[in-house]
Design a protein around this ligand. Structure first.
Ligand code: PLP
Length: 359
């Protein structure tokens, strides 16, 4: 097993003559193994890890200058939205949030100032699918970088660098680690220039993961393919089961043929993911709460992508930082419930949901 180098500094042979490692903010042997592993999983050249997914995003934002602009999907993780709006706008970096369900729609929002396109697909929480290849193509023609947050798919299902993305971001907290015991983020790129600049930012700003978390993430990755495979199979059965439930108004899962971008998901993903969202005919917080408080196997908690199934209420949890009017405009209704299917026995999971949805 990769040892846990619980080490902050390394003995040098002579002043300035080190043996490959100087100080653990800059390099740590356990972290280096994880970074090489992640680069390989995403078919990239450089893997750069951070103390969280949002710290990884922060490093991307630091590639920009005041006056630069971002065009981002309007249905994305609330913390990513918050960072763009509440942290970086005051430094003169403006973000525009638009629907990318139709890739052509993105073109009209690009200007001379656009430096970055921020894609999250499948989106959190409405599981929209964005055509990575098409958007990356016209971004590249204009010299704009594309970043794809691949957290919801994991590298087992989707590899955005192969579709033309410049940088892939992961909250490795989710599927990559998979055991709900680590918070960690990663960026992967094949560009030497971006790799070098992001590596510089990693060291210069210092939000690096520790060796224990790097070790746990390496261990989690060993079962990534088995976990994600099983979680996707469970999600497919659950989504089809819930589809005709009388209390459910809209159900979102890219595997349904009726999903508007099902054909794109079928092309750019290997399976349809293990996340399902739905809202209720009784579109209130109270109606959602009545279900959220009743499940036993689906634990009520933020996050996703672990071996245990989770249930959550994006409007009051993961996406509470988005103002209600903007949330509703993006289709994120008050009663929206999000499921992260785990790897448990699917019949037990269905029985749990049926009991919670019963009157
Ligand atoms: N991106 C997505 C899609 C997420 O769901 C999350 C967290 O929920 C993040 C990024 C942020 O990652 P972290 O919580 O590791 O900072």
């Amino acid at each position: 097993m990769t040892p846990i180098f619980q080490t902050s500094t390394y003995v040098q042979a002579s002043p300035g003559v080190h043996k490959g490692f100087e100080y653990s903010r800059t390099q740590n042997p356990t972290r280096s193994v994880l970074e090489a592993n992640l680069a390989s999983l995403e078919n990239g050249k450089h893997g750069i890890t951070f103390s969280s997914g949002l710290a990884a995003m922060d490093a991307v934002m630091k590639l920009l200058q005041p006056g630069d602009e971002i065009v981002s999907t309007n249905d994305l993780y609330g913390g990513s939205y918050r960072q763009m709006r509440q942290v970086y706008e005051k430094f003169g970096i403006k973000s525009t949030f638009i629907s990318m369900a139709n890739a052509e729609n993105v073109k009209q929002f690009l200007s001379e100032k656009t430096k970055l396109i921020w894609i999250e697909t499948p989106t959190n929480p409405l599981l929209n699918i964005i055509n990575i290849q098409t958007i990356c193509q016209f971004a590249r023609e204009k010299g704009i970088w594309t970043v794809v947050d691949n957290t919801f798919a994991s590298p087992y299902l989707q590899n955005p660098l192969d579709l033309g993305a410049d940088i892939v971001l992961h909250s490795a907290t989710k599927y990559i680690n998979g055991h709900s015991d680590v918070v960690l983020g990663a960026l992967i790129t094949s560009s030497n220039e971006l790799g070098e600049r992001l590596r510089f930012i990693q060291n210069a700003t210092g939000a690096t993961p520790g060796p224990m978390d790097s070790f746990l993430t390496i261990r989690g990755i060993k079962t990534l393919h088995i976990r994600v495979q099983r979680a996707c199979e469970n999600a497919a059965i659950i989504a089809k089961h819930l589809q005709s439930h009388p209390k459910i108004k809209n159900i979102y899962w890219p595997g349904f043929k009726s999903h508007p971008n099902h054909h794109i998901a079928a092309k750019q993903m290997r399976m349809f993911g293990a996340m399902i969202s739905f809202d209720l005919h009784d579109d209130t917080f109270e109606a959602a709460n009545a279900i959220l408080e009743k499940t036993h196997l689906f634990s009520l908690a933020e996050s996703l992508g672990g071996v245990e199934s989770l249930i959550g209420h994006p409007p009051s949890m993961t996406h509470a930082s988005i103002p209600r009017a903007e949330r509703i405009a993006a289709g994120l209704n008050d009663s929206l419930i999000r499921l992260s299917a785990g790897i448990e026995n699917v019949e037990d999971l269905i029985a749990d949901l049926d009991a919670a949805l019963a009157d």
